[in-house]
Design a protein around this ligand. Structure first.
Ligand code: ATP
Ligand code: MG
Length: 508
């Protein structure tokens, strides 16, 4: 055990299953292993009031029961940077069963690696037992760790985390920050540094490459050159990551409030090439750039204003250009508008399904949002009916984005806004001003034969989901976003059937 630990710290000439050197704590390891430095929290600018009461209570109760307990991860990092943390996690030397026994409302989740959700009112604190990253952990042929489920010491727990700035332990009772790996210095220098040998750590868990990009963009940190260097070469390893997990990490990136910066960075790091069809679409599409930029800027603004965003809406925007191109191509080949749109939607969703497991309910939202577009483009007498659609608000928000991107004329957006906000009299006037069969100017790109076209794309009848682009559907699961692939939440899910013709909304 001791030998294994030392080997892990110093490399020891051992190799993992992929033939790569084992992770070590560099540069701390080079200096003789991680050394604990402690700081007074208040002196670093962290104050108890910045930390969630529930996280503090969790630490207090565990400490009173005789265990170690610290706030860790993004909660500490963001508080130290003066940012508002998204959530708070606690790390402890108590086993999951001991944690559960210490609280009235706590439940163990996960099978192989258990963590505990401790609940205070509406807040949930994810509480994990210190964990070690084993050198002899089971990996796939590329070095990806398949099981990561061995409890360890606090020091080992620090070593298995991703970045030095994410491995700070804050004790809110003692007002102390514990730093094993130079995270405080990196935080001050605004440097994102992978713990251990970066290439090995990316092999163990390729998702860390996406995390590098996300944190660099979100925190506006400089990425340590050694942390950055292996990414271009290893990017393709993302292909081996279970798609459900990839989806979740992508969503985190897109909902970070810095989606546009992240996407630009992904391009800069070469992380968009053939790895995820979605990323290819986002960063490489020739005509869609403006639309995507507008959509991402809009999403970032919402997130930063503390508003929620709906994943279905988000993914509908990201994939729109591809849908629109295929829709147009099919119409050019003589297909009717609505069936052409349906086919375009199917083919784009099919393409995504195997890579990025977009959840079924989000697919339903996306179909509705896209399917509403021809009706909204038309406006006029069909407006009242369109407004009855469950997802009208999202479809309308989507139309406004298209207007903002210059894809549709401004008057169309204004017309709809007037209609949506107007009283009955105003609506009548607007209908008079815009007969039902009028086509908005500038939509010749969408010119198509209408005779016999089936109507009703995106009719109600899909699963319930979030209402409108404005609202997320409350699925914020604080448990999401964790690392172990053996975690049941990351089990490979079957490819979504969202794109199959039988899932299609029947024509009304
Ligand atoms: P945020 O919640 O703001 O996105 P975070 O740093 O809290 O950022 P989480 O995904 O909530 O990120 O993870 C909490 C902590 O768990 C991280 O700070 C890090 O220490 C550790 N962690 C998460 N994912 C990984 C990973 N893939 N590899 C190693 N450690 C990880
Ligand atoms: Mg977090």
């Amino acid at each position: 055990m001791v030998i294994a630990f030392l080997k892990r710290l110093f490399g020891g000439g051992a190799t993992d299953a992929a033939g790569a050197p084992p992770a070590a704590a560099a540069p701390a390891a080079a200096a003789g292993g991680p050394k604990l430095r402690t700081y007074k929290g208040t002196e670093l600018g962290i104050h108890r009031e910045q930390i969630s009461q529930a996280a503090i209570r969790t630490c207090e109760i565990l400490q009173r029961a005789g265990y170690k307990a610290y706030v860790v991860g993004g909660g500490v990092r963001d508080s130290l940077l003066g940012l508002t943390p998204k959530d708070f996690d606690v790390a402890t030397d108590a086993t999951p069963e001991q944690v559960q026994a210490s609280f009235r409302r706590a439940r163990i989740i996960g099978r192989r690696f258990k963590i505990v959700h401790v609940m205070f009112g509406r807040e949930t604190i994810e509480t994990s037992t210190f964990r070690a990253l084993q050198n002899d952990a089971e990996t796939d042929e590329h070095g990806r760790v398949l099981r990561d489920n061995v409890f360890g010491t606090q020091q080992e727990d620090a070593l298995r985390r991703d970045f030095t700035v994410n491995a700070l332990y804050y004790d809110p009772i003692a007002d102390q920050v514990q730093d094993w790996l130079g995270g405080v210095a990196d935080l001050k220098a605004r440097t994102l540094r992978m713990i251990g040998d970066p290439a090995t750590r990316y092999r163990e868990d390729p998702v860390r490459m996406l995390r590098t990009v996300r944190f660099a963009a979100k925190l506006d940190f400089h990425v340590d050159p050694a942390t950055l260097a292996p990414i271009a070469e290893l990017a393709e390893l993302l292909e081996n990551v279970p798609s459900a997990r990839l989806f979740d990490e992508m969503l985190k990136l897109l909902e970070s409030g810095h989606a546009l910066a992240c996407v630009r960075r992904l391009r800069a790091e070469g992380l968009h090439h053939g790895v995820l069809p979605l990323l290819d679409v986002i960063v490489e599409q020739p005509h869609g750039e403006r639309f995507i930029e507008v959509a991402l800027a809009n999403t970032d603004a919402r997130v930063r204003a503390g508003k929620s965003v709906s994943p279905g809406f988000l993914f509908a925007t990201l994939l729109w250009q591809r849908v629109a191109d295929r829709w147009q191509a099919r119409q050019a080949a003589g297909e009717h508008s609505i069936p052409a749109l349906m086919e375009a939607m199917d083919s784009v969703l099919d393409e995504q399904a195997s890579k990025l497991a977009i959840q079924r309910r989000y697919i339903a939202d996306m179909r509705d949002i896209w399917g509403l577009q021809p009706r909204l483009e038309k406006g006029g007498r069909g407006a009242a009916r369109a407004m009855e659609h469950l997802r009208f608000r999202a479809g309308y928000d989507f139309l406004l984005l298209r207007v903002e991107a210059g894809e549709l004329p401004a008057e169309l957006g204004d017309w709809w806004t007037g209609y949506v906000e107007g009283d009955a009299g105003t609506r009548e006037q607007l209908l008079d001003a815009r007969p039902g069969d009028a086509r908005p100017p500038g939509t010749k790109r969408r010119r198509r034969r209408r005779s016999g076209a089936r109507k009703g794309a995106g009719e109600p009848g899909s699963e319930a989901g979030s209402e409108g682009g404005a609202e997320r559907d409350g699925s914020d699961d604080p448990a999401l976003g964790r690392e172990p692939d053996d975690d049941p939440r990351w089990r490979e899910v079957p490819a979504q059937g969202g794109g199959s013709p039988r899932d299609r909304d029947p024509p009304a």
